[in-house]
Each structure stands twice: as structure tokens, then as C-alpha cells.
Design a protein around this ligand. Sequence first.
Ligand code: SF4
Length: 387
Amino acid sequence: MRARDAARTGLYVHVPFCAVRCTYCHFATAVFEHGLLERWLAALEREAALRAPLAGGTRFTSVFFGGGTPSAISARHFSRLWDALRRNFTLAPDAEVTLEANPESVRPALLDAWAAAGVNRLSLGAQSFEPDALRVLGRVHDEHRPGEALALARRHGFERLSLDLMYGWPGHTLEAFERSLDRALAFDLEHLSAYAFIPDRGNPLGDAVLDGRAEVVDDDTQARMYGTFLAWARAAGLHPYETSNVSRPGAEARHNLVYWLRREYLGLGPSAHSLWAGDRWGNVPDTAQWAAVLEAGEAPDVARERESATSVAEEVVMLALRLATGLRPADYTPLTWAAVERRFGAALAAAVSGRRLERTEQGWRVPPEARFVADDVIAWVAARGRD
Ligand code: SF4
């Protein structure tokens, strides 16, 4: 079955701990602390039980342990977490189960625990293979560790491996990116992601840029980095299927396809988001506060909203146009597609006339040569929705 057809319903678990904070991080995560870990796990067990009736008999086609650093928790804690999920939710027999790992924490005992539980896909954050860059980014591992971790994972039978790279932070160069990309491609992975550095408030590197003390790499160089990523990945047999993601055919990340195709997902843990039965909500972001709400026997939701035809249509367009296959009516129910057509039919036609989008046999897509500016094209279409 093709990945996009297999991606039906996702279950996300947020593990909000890291060994140290990277200098560019904007995720809800805290430095590892044992007391908080025990409290998080007990609260997660409560949340799984609380959300289980919503899921009913749903067979989840993917599970994603994200963070934070899911690999920062011990094999014993992971087994307890996995038991809580299995007690409360049903997984499809061929479910994709992904765990995000920091190369530094990948060890044989953990790999055994993950494999025994049914984890069948590992996503490793490397970001770079340059010692200077790893220091600037505040990564805990050295340039050799990702390769060692990937080799160890292969020896433990993991057949689906993914690696994350980043580009464009202050001081980064095209040549340095090319060296890291070359190292990453040499591992013969099933999946590779490359994300542009985005300065955010509240972390050292983001603050330095936003306060004018450092500059991100200029647009031209970023475009060349991105172009190199796509060209070299293609030459290595990895096809681009989303703006920042390439994979071997059939090895697309099913869990992320659930998001991009706007299918239903349940999120557990602090700051996790859910889209379920026409409702969208986020969980309390702070770990201690999220746990306190659950300890009081309540649901840790914030910002719960009922979806409207307008919000559904907007999300469909914004998410699907990130995919190489683009926006395809066949991916949605007739009701959803009618809402998209009503709101964006004219905008899509105008975007095709202006060559911002191209028609395909099945729908509309951002032309491959314009993928670096896909976000601009999406914003252009989104701004022209009709009420
Ligand atoms: S490992 Fe990931 S989640 Fe943790 S601090 Fe670094 S970027 Fe943030």
C-alpha cells in the first residue's frame, strides 16, 4: 500500500525532556530532571486513559514519539509508556511507529527496548557533521556520533532510518552544508529532512538574530543550499515528497502525511495537538502545569475550537501545497472538497494563470522549480480565499 493511503490516523506522544537545550530550539522541552520525568509518565498514563474513549475502536496507522528527546528516557520508562498506549489504544497491524532520537543517547539496551515494543522507524537529529557548527548549535554529540548511532540501529534490525539536517544559521556556508549533506547521503538512508534555520524568540541563536547581533545566511545562499539538497538527494535515489523531506519510494513518513493530508490525530503530553472528530485543541504546554491538570482529574486542553468549513478549507490548501503531489480532490471527502472549492476555486485558477501553481492530472501543485518559495505561493493563495 502506498504511504499516503496507509496514513490514516496518527497518535503522537510528546516527550518533553532533553539532555541540554540546543541554541536554536523553539520546542516545549526542559532539561532532563528525574522527578519531573516520573510525574510526566504518571500523567501520561492518566491522559491515555482519559482520551481512550475518544479513540474508540480506531486502529491507528502511525505512532510518533517526538520531543524533546524520546531517546532520553530509559528502557524501563519507555516500556511503561508503551504499555499505557497498548492498554488504551489499538494499532493497525502494520502501523508505522517512529521514535525521534538524539544520536548521543542511542545505545544497545534502548534499541532492544524500542524494537521489542514495535518501534520500526528511527528519526535522528544530526543537523550538521561539522564540529564548529555543532558547537554553535549547542548539540551534545560530535560529528562522528550520528554515523555510529545509525550503524548501531542497523545492526539492531531497524530498516527505516531518517536523519535531520539544518541550514542557513548565522555563519553557515554553502560549502559546509555540502560537506554535511555528502556525509548524510553516504549512510544510504530511507529518509532525509533538511530544514531552514528560523530565528525564534527565547533561544540564544534566535535572540541574537532578532536583536541584530547576528545575521542569517542571505536568501540566495539559502536557495542554493536548498537546491543542492534536492539535487543531491535525487541523485542518491531519494525523491522530494514534501518541501523539506525526501525519501526512497514508499518510505515517506506516514505520520507526517497524516498531518499534511489533514487526517485525524490524537496528541498526548504537554503541548501536544489533536485534530479529532471536528475539534482541534492543544494541550497545556508547561510539563508541570499539564501534569497538575491531569492529577486533578481534568483534561489538559487549551484553545479548543470547533472546526468550520472556512478553517478546514484553509488548512487543506496550506498543508497540501507543501506536498510534491500537491492539492488533490481525491484526498478529501466531497464535503471538505466543496468547502475548498468555494473558498479557493478562484484563487487556484488565478495562481495557475499567474504560473504560481501548475495543474496536474489529479489537482494543483507548486512547480518543482519553485519549491524553495512554496511558502510564499501558499500565502498568496491563502490571502485570496473568498468568504
Ligand atoms: S534536541 Fe531537539 S528538542 Fe531538544 S533542545 Fe535540541 S532541538 Fe530542542
